[in-house]
Design a protein around this ligand. Structure first.
Ligand code: PGA
Length: 254
């Protein structure tokens, strides 16, 4: 079941990286080739997508967001087909930073459909705010985000990954307690199975929010955690490589 899944480690570079950062990606790619037991992805800013995709051999490259429309008068936006043509294999959607800038559940759902329609895989981010957590509403907030955004179409579960990212943990240097992560991943798994049946057991559920080389081993020691989505610590080959090595050496890699 979940323990048989290959761990997926994805770096989200956010709005960081000029062309000099491609050297970091090249080193990360080389390391990914040496660690076949883990699956590695990088989501650089759009400007680096195409050169990075042309350069790597072992990791997959993805986008950080896309527009829900296929084309049109949307100044500054990028469509799912543009990502795919630039070499993206996946796109991160519903990230809390995009939700904070206006993406509501309906829009996230529309983006998920657009991405799948363009042939991309989707990493769908869900997570509660500090206020929701304090009010005891963390689980209902996350399950609600899932219910609103999970795609329905044939084969969509196969191209879906969920990232549980508590908003208060992102970039904050703090993570939830192990039992809190486990409880939330269990709730997400239940939602996936209720929605997709048996196929819902094969959807990977990542943890994200202040993942570092010092806490990743403990996080992935839990069989409910199928990998991690990493922000700040994915920006250099040194820090991201330490995370990859840690997971590859933890017994969680096949
Ligand atoms: P962080 O970001 O690792 O810097 O906390 C994670 C994310 O936003 O995906």
């Amino acid at each position: 079941m979940t323990t048989a899944m290959r761990s997926l480690i994805v770096g989200n570079w956010k709005m960081n990286g000029l062309s000099g950062a491609l050297a970091e990606a090249a080193s990360i790619d080389t390391l990914a080739g040496e660690l076949p037991g883990v699956e590695v992805g990088l989501a650089p800013p759009f400007t680096l997508l195409s050169p990075m995709a042309a350069m790597v051999h072992h990791l997959s490259v993805g986008g950080q967001d896309c527009h829900e429309a296929s084309h049109g008068a949307h100044t500054g936006r990028i469509s799912a087909a543009m990502l795919a043509e630039s070499g993206a294999r996946f796109v991160i959607l519903g990230h809390s930073e995009c939700r904070a800038e206006g993406d509501d559940d309906a829009r996230v759902r529309a983006k998920v459909d657009a991405a799948l329609g363009a042939g991309l895989s989707v990493i769908l981010c869900v997570g509660e705010t500090a206020r929701q957590r304090e009010a005891g509403e963390a689980k209902s907030a996350v399950v609600g985000q899932l219910a609103a955004a999970l795609p329905q179409g044939e084969g969509s579960a196969e191209r879906l990954t969920i990232a549980y990212e508590p908003v208060w943990a992102i970039g904050a240097g703090q993570t939830p307690a192990q039992d809190e992560v486990e409880a939330m991943h269990r709730a997400i798994r239940s939602s996936l199975v209720a929605h997709y049946g048996e196929a819902g057991r094969l959807v990977r559920i990542l943890y994200g929010g202040s993942v570092s080389a010092s806490n990743v081993e403990a996080l992935v020691a839990n069989a409910m955690v199928n990998g991690v989505l990493v922000g700040g610590a994915s920006l250099t080959a040194e820090s991201f490589g330490a995370i990859l090595r840690s997971i590859a050496g933890s017994g969680r890699a096949d």
